[in-house]
Design a protein around this ligand. Structure first.
Ligand SMILES: Nc1ncnc2c1ncn2[C@@H]1O[C@H](COP(=O)(O)OP(=O)(O)OP(=O)(O)O)[C@@H](O)[C@H]1O
Length: 285
């Protein structure tokens, strides 16, 4: 059964300066099953974050429907916990306090809060840091705290908006491995926004590829990789490279990547007329 069901999502904004109507999301439909990890990829500005914001309840859709657990989304809720790129932690609360706060809001009895919070901190490798404050943690540790805080609420779906975009490449790989381990251990339902093709393939069961605006679903690609996963074995797996290449081609507008490059080099394609491909496809993540 699907936990998240998006049908014909269409979202328009009115530009505050020009007064013009901007179609942020054209017509997008897909679902995420319970315990599934689904990423959304697409050119810059195609509406990935808008889709996440509508699912989170931060933004209202113009038409279509978004349901989580069979109920229409109308407002933000801990049932749809969001892990942001900026860590959005409470700086005045300890590491333990940051996780316990959500439990308090959820009505978990005081006695149970600390052991449950400790369990989630252990899951993300932050045991021993319970009494520290967020500013005493590295960027990577702060992001893991953000994940612990959301997961401790046992949300129907965990929403992640480019959560590793602001950490260095080495930490990013480590966090991706940590997240895939956490996913393996707890099997939360995850909806993940990224512009990084390698990251999407490494983490996901399926990848939803959006076209450029007005966005529609170009293809939903199933990732043929076993779990558990780690970068060392995944990088040696031909299925990984094959899937990355396929997604890269889709993002480049459906043409074979090599073909496109050759055309560009021979001057047959004016690169300024190409759809913007922000994805750092195939590169070091
Ligand atoms: N509040 C808003 N008001 C007006 N236009 C908006 C608003 N939010 C987003 N948009 C427009 O909607 C479109 C989609 O934006 P969105 O941030 O969802 O794309 P994205 O795919 O996440 O982009 P990126 O990959 O660059 O982060 C863009 O053209 C953006 O300018």
């Amino acid at each position: 059964m699907s936990t998240l069901e998006i049908k014909n999502l269409h979202k328009e904004y009115v530009d505050a300066y020009t007064g013009e109507t901007v179609t942020a999301v054209g017509d997008v439909s897909f679902s995420v099953d319970r315990g599934e990890f689904v990423s959304i990829l697409g050119p810059s500005g195609c509406g990935k974050t808008t889709v996440l914001n509508v699912v989170a309840g931060f933004d209202k859709l113009t038409s279509g429907s978004v349901e989580v657990g069979g109920k229409p989304v109308t407002a933000p809720s801990p049932e749809r916990g969001v892990v942001f790129q900026s860590f959005a932690l409470f700086p005045w609360k300890t590491v333990l306090g940051n996780v316990a706060f959500g439990l308090r809001m959820r009505g978990v009895p005081r006695r149970e809060r600390e052991p449950v919070a400790r369990q989630y901190l252990e899951l993300v490798g932050l045991e021993g840091f319970e009494r520290k404050f967020p500013h005493e943690l590295s960027g990577g540790m702060q992001q893991r705290l953000g994940v612990a805080r959301v997961l401790a609420n046992e949300p129907e779906v965990m929403l992640m908006d480019e959560p590793f975009a602001s950490v260095d490449a080495q930490t990013r790989r480590k966090l991706q491995e940590d997240l895939t381990d956490i996913f393996q251990a707890k099997r939360p339902t995850v909806f993940f926004v990224t512009h990084d093709v390698d990251e999407a393939v490494f983490l996901s069961d399926r990848v939803v590829v959006l076209s450029s605006r007005p966005s529609t679903v170009a293809e939903i690609v199933t990732v043929p990789l076993e779990r558990p996963r780690n970068w060392r074995s995944v990088l040696e797996n031909p299925d990984f490279r094959h899937t990355v290449t396929h997604l890269t081609d889709l993002l480049a507008g459906g043409r074979a990547h090599g073909e496109e490059q050759a055309e560009r080099l021979s001057g047959r394609v004016d690169s300024s007329s190409e759809p913007p491909v922000r994805a750092d496809a195939g590169g070091e993540s």
